[in-house]
Design a protein around this ligand. Structure first.
Ligand SMILES: Cc1cc2nc3c(=O)[nH]c(=O)nc-3n(C[C@H](O)[C@H](O)[C@H](O)COP(=O)(O)OP(=O)(O)OC[C@H]3O[C@@H](n4cnc5c(N)ncnc54)[C@H](O)[C@@H]3O)c2cc1C
Length: 475
């Protein structure tokens, strides 16, 4: 009896996709309590046919199923999700829980490449997520530790701080609507404002924190208990072939099924079934941990989330939790040069050697007042993200594959992108509208141009490993 995903795939005598999740992800704090539906299968056998098959039960797949079933009622009951491992066991179940719109990371790059409007569209789309998710979570009464608070972007390096301030000034001068919510601080008071040792600049704005696993499992519970969606966990999709009578034949080690339309929501692993995306969306590992203080110790309260950049430009994302613990991750600068440990690597059963000790005394090193708290890493894990060649997700109709759609490549930043993107792709699928008729930022559209640019381009010209020095954006 084959046990692993790869064994099962091989035993099925089919083409084994080049990119599948490993079958034994390492333990992760968010999933420690498990869930009754982790390994759920709505039916013992795969249905013979579904109008829509969604590949992947992470945030993108489940949110798309949710929008399709709830907002396009005629489709409820004819949607199947095929998931290679247990539900929400990929990046969504292993991330940092930070629902933070990005204003200082990539937006200025997008403005350089495609103009102020294209950059602002993305910033505003991301910002809209904080309110949209707050509203939805409150309406649905979802128990997922959601908070809406302020986030501090912190710079400890003077040069980097100067650049960030110039970007802030530029965005204000362009009258970007969302800058109303951003306050930027420089000068002597910065350390006192944000609490970070050696901080020379900081920006504060509205962001959220969330327990993503609980959020997604709530959606799954709702979908499967109402029979609106057929969920099949531990069912890796091995191939998708055009059926001679129309639609697609979808093969897994548990047999095959037919679908009229397919939605690829398997993020880092998308090139396993769509090889044209091999250089567009690359599986890249990241590391994250939970830090606690010993029983009886009260550490200083942090009531902001953070992006913290050290003097030597190591970036960490951090959220405080109501139980006093901290979830923090990042440290990519520490392992970037050890390419085999993170790049084109799907093994979330092992940590990243070059960064696994980085967070050991992180709180003591970083925050004033934490020196004697005894804070230590209680649990640490790795996860696999889908990094894209141009740092934008690929969303929309897959070029040259009729009735196949993609929603993948979130660059370690899906929390403020996926909820509304999945709502829009649900409209594309259900109503047959074009990408341009949706509310999605134009740079998110997947296109033959973007596919070719990465497939034919050099790694050293792309954003993942190189300079981002590729030809200007065109759809
Ligand atoms: C360590 C870490 C920290 C992060 N922190 C943050 C953060 O703080 N904020 C933020 O915004 N983002 C963060 N991210 C990124 C965020 O988690 C992702 O952008 C988001 O979860 C992507 O969701 P998804 O559904 O596209 O992918 P996933 O959650 O990875 O889901 C894809 C699913 O597809 C399944 N699958 C793959 N291949 C197949 C196949 N052939 N057949 C069937 N199923 C298949 C996988 O098993 C998986 O369950 C982090 C990611 C990591 C790894």
């Amino acid at each position: 009896m084959p046990s692993s995903i790869t064994d099962q795939s091989a035993a099925s005598n089919g083409n084994v996709p080049s990119c599948l999740p490993v079958d034994n992800p390492g333990e992760c704090f968010w999933q420690m309590a498990g869930h009754d539906l982790s390994n759920y299968r709505s039916t013992d056998k795969l249905p013979d046919h579904s109008d829509i098959v969604i590949i992947g039960a992470g945030y993108a797949g489940v949110a798309t199923a949710y929008h399709l079933a709830q907002e396009h009622g005629e489709l409820a009951g004819s949607i199947t999700i095929l998931e290679a491992r247990s539900a929400c066991s990929g990046a969504t179940g292993r991330n940092g829980g930070h629902l933070r719109p990005d204003l200082y990371g990539h937006i200025p790059t997008f403005i350089d490449r495609a103009g102020a409007k294209a950059g602002a569209e993305i910033a505003e789309f991301e910002i809209a997520h904080v309110k949209a998710m707050k509203k939805f979570i409150e309406e649905e009464n979802i128990d997922c530790d959601f908070t809406m608070a302020r986030s501090f972007d912190v710079w400890c390096n003077k040069e980097a701080a100067k650049k960030a301030k110039a970007i802030y000034d530029y965005m204000v001068s362009e009258k970007f609507a969302h800058m109303d919510d951003v306050a930027f601080y420089t000068g002597d008071q910065v350390e006192g404002l944000c609490g970070v040792k050696g901080a020379v600049a900081c920006a504060s704005y509205t962001a959220g924190t969330i327990w993503p696993y609980k959020f997604i499992m709530h959606l799954i519970q709702k979908l499967v208990s109402s029979n609106k969606v057929n969920l099949q966990t531990n069912t890796p999709v091995l191939s998708i072939d055009a059926d001679e009578n129309g639609g697609y034949s979808i093969k897994s080690p548990r047999g095959q099924m037919h679908a009229k339309r397919v939605i690829h929501a398997n993020n880092a692993y998308v090139s396993g079934l769509l090889p044209e995306y091999t250089k567009n969306i690359v599986p890249c590992k990241g590391i994250c941990c939970r830090i606690t203080v010993p029983d009886g110790v009260r550490a200083p309260l942090l009531n902001n989330s953070y992006i913290h950049r050290t003097d030597d430009n190591v970036l960490s994302y951090l959220i405080p939790r109501a139980d006093g613990s901290i979830v923090v991750g990042g440290a990519a600068a520490k392992f970037k040069s050890f390419r085999d440990q993170w790049y084109d690597n799907v093994d979330d059963s092992v940590l990243i050697e070059a960064a696994k000790d980085y967070y050991s005394d992180y709180m003591q090193r970083t925050f004033n007042g934490w020196e004697n708290t005894g804070a230590s890493v209680q649990r640490i894990w790795s996860g696999v993200m889908g990094y894209s060649y141009d740092s934008n997700p690929h969303i929309g109709q897959v070029p040259a594959r009729e009735n196949q759609f993609i929603l993948a490549g979130f660059n370690g930043h899906g929390m403020p992108v996926i909820w509304l993107a999945s709502k829009e792709i649900a409209k594309m699928v259900a109503q047959g509208i074009s990408f341009e008729e949706t509310r999605m930022p134009s740079l998110f559209k997947t296109s033959q141009f973007r596919i070719d640019r990465a497939q034919k381009g050099r790694e050293e010209d792309g954003d993942i490993l190189g300079t981002g020095n590729f030809p200007a954006t065109k759809q």
